[in-house]
Design a binder for this molecule. Structure first.
Ligand code: SF4
Length: 330
């Protein structure tokens, strides 16, 4: 039995200045989300409805692709009024590049509007990162923003994607980034992330890392396939429902059909997962007990689940595609 514990309402209406090689949202230069003003109005009503009718659910309103919202200060205030996590924790990838003076103003504005933590993603040393993010100057801009944020007393964190390709650069990268607030992660295979499969991190790459490098990877989250098979994760018992506002569906939300919309997306989640055997069985079917590639439990489960669906000729609505309404099982 999987219970819904949270609802994320989102609109992908804000462009991103990068074009990362592994983009979960497959950003291609064209926004697909509903108009901001209409989405904002829906979010306010949805939050009220949740408070009155489903108070057990956590509710968050968010936007993407990047946080470069044309009215960011007011938007942060609005997110805070709804209790959304994005009001305090800002993903800073894909923002417009600012010079030093503009960066200081930007950071002061964020702080004044209640932001507490800035998070960045780095893909390798400077040239490699800029190539991966498809923007010259992105690496130095992220460092400038991070340093300005620290100066202003904000918390910061950097996630470093780790692949076969960039693992040999890690020492040089850590010399630049430092280790405080730096964490390593293995990129997922969602969206354009599927293109990174040939360079997925393997045990031998991990073992070649220095001690300080290995210490930055949470080994409870990132394990080899063999390690997951030897010590399987529990089956998910909770899910988050993602409602993606688009020009096509927003009028339904404006009509206040919230209970029906939520029930429909929950039904899509059930329809997707119901025919698929539990993870433990998929592991017996497909797992390689000597598998040396690193995965999160979720990424490995998704890999087996998609394979099972393909082998059984099933093509359900893909609730795992985060560009559209769907679910995230936890
Ligand atoms: S910054 Fe984020 S949204 Fe933009 S291309 Fe990169 S991964 Fe995609």
């Amino acid at each position: 039995m999987v219970n819904t514990t949270s609802v994320i309402l989102t609109t992908l209406c804000v462009p991103c200045a990068c074009r990362c090689r592994y983009c979960l949202l497959s950003w291609d230069g064209r926004t697909i989300g509903a108009d901001w003003a209409r989405s904002r109005a829906v979010a306010g009503r949805f939050a009220d409805w949740i408070g009155e009718n489903r108070p057990e659910l956590r509710f968050h309103f968010s936007f993407g692709y990047s946080m470069e919202h044309p009215a960011l200060p007011e938007t942060l205030d609005f997110l805070r009024s709804l209790g959304s996590v994005g009001a305090e924790y800002l993903h800073c990838d894909g923002l417009r590049i600012r010079d030093e003076a503009e960066t200081e103003v930007f950071v002061r504005m964020l702080r004044a509007h209640g932001v507490k933590h800035l998070n960045f993603t780095v893909y390798g040393t400077e040239a490699c990162h800029d190539r991966f993010a498809a923007r010259a100057g992105d690496f130095s801009w992220l460092l400038r923003l991070r340093d300005a944020a620290r100066e202003a007393g904000l918390e910061t964190s950097v996630g470093v994607t780790l692949t076969r390709e960039n693992a040999p650069q890690l020492e040089a990268l850590l010399d630049t980034l430092g280790t405080e607030g730096t964490r390593l992660f293995v990129p997922h295979a969602e969206g354009r992330g599927a293109q990174l499969e040939p360079i997925r991190l393997r045990r031998e790459d991990y073992e070649r890392l220095s001690e300080r490098g290995r210490a930055l990877m949470n080994r409870r989250i990132w394990r080899t396939e063999a390690e997951w098979i030897a010590d399987p994760p529990p089956e998910p018992t909770q899910r988050s429902i993602l409602l993606s506002l688009t020009p096509e569906n927003i009028s339904r939300f404006e009509n206040g059909d919230f209970a029906a919309i939520l029930a429909e997306v929950e039904a899509l989640d059930e329809a997707y997962y119901a025919p698929i055997p539990p993870f433990a069985e998929l592991m017996r079917l497909y797992g390689d007990p000597a598998g040396e590639c690193f995965f999160s439990a979720r990424d490995l489960a998704a890999r087996y689940q998609k394979r099972w669906l393909t082998e059984h000729g099933l093509r359900p609505y893909d609730v795992t595609d985060e560009r559209q309404s769907g679910s995230r099982r936890l």
